[in-house]
Write a protein that binds this ligand. Structure first.
Ligand code: COA
Length: 182
């Protein structure tokens, strides 16, 4: 059976599956290098083809139960303001985790609100992968906002590692953050 990503609601946000209607906003917001340079797999410039490839990968991953990816939208005006996603290992015991918010909305607590909702759900009885034990995220050295978000959401820094910044040139140093099922 194909199971789609659940829709999650927080006090200010609706987290729902990405759709092709989101492409104009997605391309505009991810064309901001201040956003994309912090993300491993988002190239710059960000094109229509990149958006189409991302949606295809998202749908395939969803259908394979290998990832949960959400568009972050606001209740009060319906606007698309960011993205957040978990990618599971084959055993569904671990997940990598990434997220972004459009720059004009930074500092409003949206990332914290979205991360809490997605991680709490992923470890809850309602989640589709009951065997999930562990979630991790990598934050490039210097990205203090993102470190703060993860700390506020119960993640612990466990290492500094060299990671492949696939969408950009070369390798980067990154803080590894982890959270385990309570
Ligand atoms: C990281 C990012 C998602 C944060 O989104 P956001 O909605 O602004 O985050 P929040 O408002 O929930 O929280 C930001 C926190 O960082 C703090 N902060 C802001 N600037 C800071 C700085 N220079 N140093 C330390 N903390 C800082 C804020 O005060 C806030 O903490 P507080 O609630 O304790 O005051 C957003 O900046 C972004 O999309 N960046 C580019 C992509 C990215 O980095 N993704 C994460 C990859 S791991």
């Amino acid at each position: 059976m194909v199971r789609i990503t659940s829709k999650l609601n927080t006090s200010r946000l609706s987290l729902r599956p990405l759709a092709s209607e989101d492409f104009p906003s997605l391309i505009e917001l991810l064309s901001d290098f201040e956003v994309s340079r912090a993300l491993r797999q988002v190239p710059h410039p960000y094109t229509q083809q990149d958006a189409e490839d991302f949606l295809r990968i998202t749908i395939e991953g969803r259908e394979a139960n290998a990832l949960d990816d959400y568009a972050i939208t606001r209740h009060h005006d319906g606007s698309f303001i960011g993205g957040i996603g978990l990618r599971y290992n084959d055993e569904r015991t671990r997940a990598d985790f990434g997220y972004w918010i459009a720059r004009k909305h930074w500092g409003c607590g949206y990332a914290t609100e979205a991360v809490r909702a997605v991680i709490d759900f992923a470890f809850s009885e309602r989640a589709r992968h009951k065997e999930l034990e562990h979630v991790e995220a990598h934050v490039h050295v210097g990205n203090e906002r993102s470190r703060r978000v993860l700390t506020k959401c119960g993640f612990t820094e466990t290492a500094i590692e060299t990671i492949d910044a696939c969408g950009h040139d070369g390798n980067r140093q990154a803080h590894k953050y982890e959270r385990w099922r309570a």
